[in-house]
Design a protein around this ligand. Structure first.
Ligand code: 5GP
Ligand code: ZN
Length: 114
């Protein structure tokens, strides 16, 4: 039987709609469907990478790129001056629900301290 398709791969392929914020050859960024802050953007690699813990040395360039895009997105969203948070949920304890690596970019208001 076919594996159920990854929803973020479907967004990358344009099969599911999303509010695009940024796109390049390695990644895309779009608004979270259920925002927990005034600004809540997800930055995801075009390549399907499931977990941060599954990444290897060959992903280092991509991971660095995703972080830089998160900074670019925060600037684009007008949050870089007042501050923002970039986070990755890894696994059950962190509440990861979509098994396609993604960076949350949160801002636009005072965020709870960690
Ligand atoms: P996680 O807990 O896995 O780090 O977060 C996954 C995020 O993806 C959640 O904040 C959730 O609201 C968001 N999300 C889940 N499905 C969709 C979708 O179909 N479209 C968009 N734009 N965001 C989604
Ligand atoms: Zn995927």
């Amino acid at each position: 039987m076919d594996q159920p398709k990854c929803i973020f791969c479907s967004i990358v392929q344009g099969e599911l709609p999303s509010k695009s914020i940024y796109s390049d050859d390695q990644c895309i960024a779009f608004n979270d469907i259920n925002p927990v802050a005034n600004v809540h953007v997800l930055v995801i690699p075009r390549e399907h990478v499931t977990y941060l813990t599954e990444t290897t040395k060959q992903h280092e360039k991509l991971l660095g790129h995703l972080m830089r895009v998160a900074a670019k997105v925060s600037e684009q969203m007008g949050t870089s001056e007042d501050g923002y948070r970039v986070s990755v949920n890894q696994g059950v304890n962190a509440g990861q629900i979509v098994d396609h690596l993604h960076l949350h970019v949160l801002g636009g208001e005072q965020l709870n301290s960690l």
